[in-house]
Design a protein around this ligand. Structure first.
Ligand SMILES: [Zn+2]
Length: 373
């Protein structure tokens, strides 16, 4: 069973709750909470595999492997359609829950971005959540659980995920990817608690280039003219969208593989439907992660400027940019730098509440320029 959760690093509490549930009997509903990039989605699929597997989560049988890939017909994934989970999506769940699983031990529904359920959808969901059939389990996943209806949250067992501590990430990067101590330390700090981003930095030259470009944008933004600022905004947002498109391209091949496994027409039609949901979900997730990367890099940069301006070099995240930070953040610049950090934090908060992306990032750019003028 350890195998199921081996890629979830630094989440002992969450993993112990889930492992115990698989060993001793699981509740009907779980709510995974915590920031993006710490392994909630991966853990949700692993837990779903454990619930579906007839061996209680062996990690190796076809049920486990297909569930882990998000391709098992008894593990259904629901993601927002547009910006919310709609009542029609919940009605569909409600009308299907009574059916027995196709082949697995249980039927598992994973609801991503569960906080986006609107009031109608939430009310419809509540009825099923109150009295689900014995073979059904729900896993709700949310980065913003404080926005969920209390009546729903209170009917789920909470599984808290937290930012992964930098030393744990660093150790993982060294062991898993053979990074040097220095590189592992640098990427673990730059990632600011997001294991997913740290892994990307460790394994992708493209991610490292992106980081360089974002730091350059953060550094030149305060001096940039109006046109240059607009261009920077366009390019930044376009890059996030393009990368999200690119990330979902590979999913078609996975669907084809699942169709090869599928025995009958009913299963095949489920797989096709799940594929559409999956593309939507993964794309939203990729855009969300892309925006986190942008705002995280900006916040990290201005935070580093503030640290550098008071001589707190040990606290600097972007250690490989120390000489540049010295030049850009002389003593006395601390307060404006912290105001720029606040501007980014505000944008992050707005993005969590699904404010229009261009509006949130554009306002952030303007506020940063005002702070650092
Ligand atoms: Zn198994």
């Amino acid at each position: 069973m350890e195998g199921l959760f081996e890629d979830i690093v630094g989440q002992e509490l969450a993993v112990s709750i889930l492992a115990r549930a698989l060993a001793q009997g699981a509740s009907h509903a779980y709510l995974f909470t915590g920031p993006a990039g710490v392994g909630k989605s991966e853990a949700a699929l692993a837990f779903a595999a454990g619930l579906a597997c007839r061996e209680g989560g062996c990690g190796t049988c076809t049920t486990c492997r297909r569930a882990l890939e998000g391709l098992h017909p008894d593990v259904e994934m629901v993601a927002p359609d547009g910006s919310s989970i709609l009542i029609d999506q919940i009605r569909e769940i409600n009308s299907h829950v009574a059916y027995r699983p196709f082949e697995a031990r249980a039927k598992v529904y994973v609801l991503f971005e569960a906080e986006t359920m609107n009031q109608q959808a939430a009310n419809a969901f509540l009825r099923t959540l109150e009295e689900p059939p014995p073979h059904v389990h729900f896993i709700l996943v949310s980065n913003a659980a404080e926005r969920m209806l209390p009546t729903i949250a209170s009917r789920c067992q909470h599984v808290p995920f937290t930012r992964t501590p930098a030393p744990l990430i660093a150790g993982h990067l060294e062991r898993r990817y053979g990074l040097t101590k220095d590189d592992a330390r640098l990427y673990s700090r730059v990632a600011q608690g997001s294991l997913a981003y740290a892994r990307e930095l460790a394994t992708s030259a493209e991610a490292r280039e992106r980081r360089g470009r974002l730091i350059e944008s953060a550094s030149t933004l305060p001096e940039a003219g109006l046109l240059a600022t607009e261009r920077m905004l366009d390019e930044t947002l376009l890059a996030v969208e393009k990368r999200a498109d690119h990330q979902v391209e590979g999913l078609d091949a996975k669907r084809d593989k699942a169709l090869d496994w599928a025995g009958d027409a009913r299963t095949r039609s489920w797989i096709n439907k799940m594929h559409d949901q999956r593309v939507r979900r993964e794309r939203r997730r990729a855009v969300g992660m892309g925006l986190e990367e942008v705002t995280g890099t900006f916040a990290g940069w201005y935070r580093d400027m503030a640290a550098s301006s008071v001589g707190a070099e040990d606290a600097v995240l972007n250690q490989d940019y120390l000489p540049q930070l010295h030049l850009e953040a002389p003593p006395g610049r601390t307060l404006p730098c912290l105001q720029a950090v606040m501007a980014v934090r505000k944008a992050q908060e707005r993005l969590r509440y699904n404010v229009d992306t261009r509006c949130a990032v554009g306002d952030m750019f303007r506020a940063i320029k005002e702070a650092l003028i």
